[in-house]
Write a new protein. Structure first.
Length: 490
């Protein structure tokens, strides 16, 4: 055999191996698996069931850090987030119409409608023109629809799918838009915008006597509110084509860390997704479901590595619920997982520190924003006991303690810290930076960043979503695949 023949043989073998590797279509799906041929056969048809997962603040670092944590915690270096195993991957840009760094309202509008708008605007263009969302287009096609979130339902990302408003801050108006939206399954937090000012069972943010939640009930919805509603929701079994409105908490739902360590009755994002599937799958024409993990963003605003990781893992558990449904309906289901922007400028490693120490996060039990920043009240000894017991800082060094005490001094003296600590409690931020540095995770901002973010997909038509795209192209591609018409609303 000549040298050229030998070279040709080797190169051919390499290409054959690469081709065989590329034929793996997802978690547990080998080239010989019948699901692969079913996917290929169905790829030219419109899916009957669509899952649109949006991780708020979910950049590449957030996905990677959660996967590295999973590997370290499980002792399995091959462990993967399910969303990271989907066969189609891409990268999306996120800028809004008026700035390089988007907010969730503008980014959500792009993902929901295919249009750029200014920061703060809810499915309305800068000229005031309202635009149609994928949820509204799905309803026009007779699909059942669902919106699930771990934030307030009136928060920016869920709102863009069912409301139109010049400002994301008009949450009482957005709550009333939901009433007129026709969405069949609504679940998340923030009952405060759906109950009247004088609501006898709790607080409200409304300045009128309008009881939006009661109107949902009058419109035939099964309504679940507050803590008692959490218990009823878990035991609820839909008998037929039913509608659900659930607002479990006064504001956002708890961080996953707080939920699992405080004995909360609030269902997990996966629990809600499972129930949403149970409800919407009873509709004959299929469904379109948007699921948002909104507190990943909040954790990263507060530079909270464990909070971000655990909410990302909870998000992946919700994706698993959709994937189990997909396995039963592989020729009819599409799952797309995106983010709206990255938050915190999370860096994995710093200077010559080339390794992550995820074990430093194993014993962190509570979030920074909702728990830690309420802990320092002037009693330094009590605070250090808390972070030793519940934040994994049981062997704090003199240098670490000095950093935290410096922040305590600022708080004790009521110093004006301006934006130095991002508007958060200085003591909590000093503490989370100690935790982050131990893990070798670093932050560049308390705000969003402009970095492009990852996308992954599996199922019917998934191949259309790969590549380097702007966020508006995701909505447009989905509309084309489904035969939806996006555009201006009259």
């Amino acid at each position: 055999m000549s040298k050229n023949q030998k070279l040709f043989t080797v190169v051919s073998a390499i290409f054959l191996v690469l081709a065989l590797c590329a034929m793996n279509v997802g978690p547990g799906i080998e080239a010989s698996d019948p699901l692969k041929s079913e996917m290929a056969e169905a790829s030219t048809n419109a899916p009957k069931y669509v899952f649109y997962f949006i991780g708020d603040g979910l950049g590449a670092s957030q996905r990677q850090s959660a996967e590295f944590f999973l590997q370290s915690k499980s002792g399995n270096d091959e462990a993967k987030l399910l969303m990271n195993t989907f066969p189609v991957a891409g990268i999306n840009t996120t800028h809004s119409n008026d700035t390089l760094v988007t907010d969730s309202a503008a980014a959500g509008t792009a993902l929901a409608t295919g249009y750029k708008t200014n920061n703060g605007m809810i499915s309305i263009l800068p000229n005031g023109q309202a635009v149609k969302s994928l949820i509204q287009a799905a309803e026009e096609k007779g699909k059942a629809t669902g919106i699930i979130t771990s934030t307030r339902l009136t928060h920016a990302t869920p709102a863009v799918f069912a409301a139109h408003n010049k400002s994301r801050n008009n949450e009482n108006e957005i709550a009333e838009d939901y009433l007129d939206s026709g969405v069949d399954f609504l679940a998340g937090g923030g009952y405060r915008h759906f109950v009247p000012q004088d609501w006898e069972w709790g607080k409200s943010k409304r300045e009128d006597s309008v009881n939006v939640a009661q109107k949902f009930s009058h419109n035939g919805y099964q309504v679940f509110l507050s803590d008692s509603g959490c218990k009823d929701f878990k035991s609820y079994n839909p008998a037929g084509k039913e509608k659900v409105f659930a607002a479990f908490t006064y504001s956002h739902m708890p961080y996953e860390l707080d939920r699992i360590n405080s004995g909360s009755n609030v269902p997990s994002l996966a629990d809600i997704t499972e129930k949403g599937i149970e409800v919407l799958s009873k509709y004959d024409q299929g469904f379109f479901m948007m699921v948002e993990a909104g507190r990943i963003d909040h954790a990263c605003h507060a530079n909270d590595p464990a909070g971000s990781i655990h909410d990302t893992l909870a998000f992946d558990e919700a994706v698993k619920e959709a994937y189990e449904f997909y396995q039963k309906h592989p020729r009819e289901t599409l799952i797309v997982v995106v983010g709206d922007h990255e938050t915190g400028g999370m860096g994995l490693g710093f200077a010559k520190n080339y390794f992550l120490n995820m074990d430093e996060l194993f014993d962190v039990k509570f979030s920074v924003e909702d728990t830690l920043q309420r802990k320092y009240t002037g009693d330094r000894a009590a605070y250090f006991r808390f972070i030793e017991k519940d934040m994994g800082l049981d062997n704090i060094t003199d240098a670490e303690k000095a950093d935290i005490e410096k922040a305590m001094h600022l708080v004790d003296n009521k110093s004006d810290t301006g934006d130095v600590y991002g508007g958060y409690d200085p003591v909590a931020i000093a503490t989370t930076h100690v935790i982050s540095e131990r893990a070798n995770l670093f932050w560049t901002t308390y705000a969003h960043s402009a970095t492009a973010i990852p996308m992954s997909a599996i199922g019917v038509g998934a191949d259309n979503f790969g590549g380097y795209k702007d966020n508006t192209e995701i909505a447009k591609t989905m509309a084309d695949l489904m035969g939806y018409k996006l555009g201006y609303l009259n």
